[in-house]
Ligand binder design. Sequence first.
Ligand code: CDP
Length: 210
Amino acid sequence: MKFTVAIDGPAAAGKGTIGRAVAAHFGFAHLDTGLLYRAVGMRALEDGRGILDPHWAATIARRLRPEDLEVPGLRSAVAGRAASKVAALPEVRKALLKFQRDFARREGGAVLDGRDIGTVICPEAEVKLFVTASDEVRAERRWRELGGDYEAVLADVRARDRRDSERAAAPMRMAADALLLDTSDLTIDAAVAEAVAHVQSRFDAVRDRP
Ligand code: CDP
């Protein structure tokens, strides 16, 4: 059975944590699509050319291998910034589209988290969640994860959100049929419980469909 859970939302909103927990609960496969852009961004940064040359960045994206997602440092702020730069390039997004679409519609269920999953990658997803939290809460979570200067982390999160939502190619947007999950005042367990309950209700509805 094909069953896609699309989780979108701004930086450090908790999409990954919720996505992993939902996938584990239902036995679905999980893809953190941010890692694809982070891997392309890091490669582009390393060779210097991809950040300036959209064709080369797209070539890097087409050549991406599963082991490239295991490279250390992909969760860093540097990788996040590089990711949001290459993610604004339509050619790069195009190069990564089929892999994500195929993953979403694989048999046995899939959870994908990112920015454009419910709007562009899989508009037919059975469940769409838009996970968010206040800028300050998100920056604090990221700061606890990565350390550094809190004000700099906050500025970084805001700059990335702006770039992600204002770009022309697949901007970050909440799909009209998505459930908004604001995790500002929720514990991880409470946020996961809400997400699981929503997915369960959609799963039951799809399964019972004649
Ligand atoms: O973990 P965090 O929410 O900070 O970021 P991420 O999900 O790893 O994504 C890193 C960057 O990749 C984002 O700021 C976006 O620019 C880009 N991205 C995207 O454009 N589309 C996606 N589906 C996922 C990530």
